[in-house]
Design a protein around this ligand. Sequence first.
Ligand code: SF4
Length: 189
Amino acid sequence: MTELSLSSYLSASLVEQYSYCPTLPWLMVNYEAYEQPTPSMEEGKRRALDKRAVAEELKLEEPWRFEVALASKRLGLRGVVDIVAGSRSYTVVELKAFERNLKRSRHFRDQLLIYALLVNDVLGPVRRAVLYLGRRVLDVPVGERELSRARELVERTRRAVSSPEPPRGTPSPGKCLYCSFRRLCPFSP
Ligand code: SF4
């Protein structure tokens, strides 16, 4: 049986990008291109949230672990989870420095579910998944149906990045105008 090297595992951030626009991870992998930081990303880094303070605010069960790097051989997936709390069953938290419009945050919810999938596979059952957007707290359902959808998303992303042609994305002025890959993208308006 062939061993997977860590670099051949799909990264959770590529799955998040796929959820935002299916063309994006293909461009990142096939052009070996990386997202240029936007002004809001730079500002977000400056306002890096104190994960311990967030764990206290959310009254998470201890022990707390921060920036937890996980890789699942079974899923061929890797990622770094902002906060994992608890011992026998876990709470997974994804932090974003700014409040966001929830209608435009589906990819963040999907990213959180991908992390929940990883924790569920590597550490144990996940009972709570929380998206912390600025100071807004959103509990995201994390049942078998959601994890199954997350598994499908991982497989769709894997197929997309290995496809010979870029998958058609979801071009829209709101997304494409600020997309670092618009010059490479065949679907950019
Ligand atoms: S330019 Fe638009 S369609 Fe192309 S990758 Fe970026 S967001 Fe997707």
